[in-house]
Design a protein around this ligand. Structure first.
Ligand code: FE2
Ligand code: FE2
Length: 161
């Protein structure tokens, strides 16, 4: 728990604090995505993976935009944005790297859908709108990765948005 949270807002509403903590988990996942897409897009080789490697570079830039939005929102709510990413798995097999990305995107979408509900429950509608736009991009990422693997896009129906 960052000490600065307490300093900034000593009488923070518990539901706002919960939202800040959850957004910091989301931010840590965005950092993880930036790192994974940066590393994987550089090391993936083989003719059949060249298109997706170029896509991964675009994803890296989009994940950075998401991280900037989430960090600003955490600050706006009176929290301190985390500086620590979730761990990035490594592999020397292109297919495995793309699978890691796909699993992370699916996890990210589940979390953001939950976060939209959480934000709306306490009246943060503008934040919910920002999150919806991010979800739409994460779904595109998920689609690109599933297509590269030649599989169906995993469904995320557990948390409606
Ligand atoms: Fe993202
Ligand atoms: Fe993504």
């Amino acid at each position: 728990m960052p000490k600065t949270n307490e300093k900034k807002n000593p009488q923070q509403d518990p539901s706002v604090k919960q939202l800040i903590d959850a957004l910091n988990e989301d931010l840590a996942r965005e950092y993880q995505a930036i790192i994974a897409y940066t590393v994987y897009s550089s090391v993936i080789s083989g003719a059949q993976w060249m298109n997706i490697a170029a896509e991964l570079k675009k994803h890296a830039g989009e994940e950075l935009q998401h991280a900037l939005i989430i960090a600003d929102q955490i600050d706006y709510l009176g929290g301190m944005p985390t500086a620590t990413p979730k761990a990035v798995k490594l592999s020397d097999k292109p297919e495995e790297m793309i699978r890691f990305d796909l699993d992370n995107e699916t996890e990210t979408i589940k979390n953001y859908r939950q976060r939209v509900k959480q934000a709306e429950a306490i009246g943060h509608y503008a934040l919910a709108d920002q999150l919806r736009k991010i979800i739409a991009q994460e779904q595109e990422h998920q689609h690109d990765l599933a297509t590269a693997l030649g599989i169906e896009v995993p469904h995320v129906f557990s948390e409606g948005a």
